[in-house]
Design a protein around this ligand. Sequence first.
Ligand code: RP5
Length: 184
Amino acid sequence: MAAHSLQATDVRQQMPNGHPSQAVVGIIMGSDSDLPTMAPAAEVLEDHFGVPCEVKIVSAHRTPERMVEYAKTAHIRGIKVIIAGAGGAAHLPGMVAAMTPLPVIGVPMTPEGAHLDGLDALMSIAQMADGVPVATVAIGNATNAGLLAIRILAANDNALLQSMMHYQENMKKSVTDKAIRLEE
Ligand code: RP5
């Protein structure tokens, strides 16, 4: 499968406020049923911090060749960080981490009707073998995956670092303001 064939099936148009650009973060997930949970990662990256991302369905079990191609070519295409969401026997983040030199952030999913409330996915993603790291966020917390990707990129990007500090200040102010209002 050619690299551009992955571009052709980019599902970013299904994400809120998505827009085409040179992606530096790859957001992949095992199923289109993961899209609503993963959407906040794209929102954080593109809408809040202006960092372009690509969004693709890549399944470790249902499309294994596509997963291999994605993992082996992402860094060549300019991707710097990969966010991978998967549910159940969630092998996608770990398998991708095994085949890419890029940092991989795993997001455990809770598919509808799941019996284990995402604990299966959490364990599958977090319990990686030595030598193959996956940074695992909380079950369903794609927002934090996006924010972690920003922090990774910000290590070499002063403007992004400033934006992250601004985001943190705003968060602190918002929480403090609420606390003060409650105490009044
Ligand atoms: C995983 O299986 C996906 O990441 C998804 O969370 C889960 C269920 O997929 P569907 O049956 O909804 O396609 O591979």
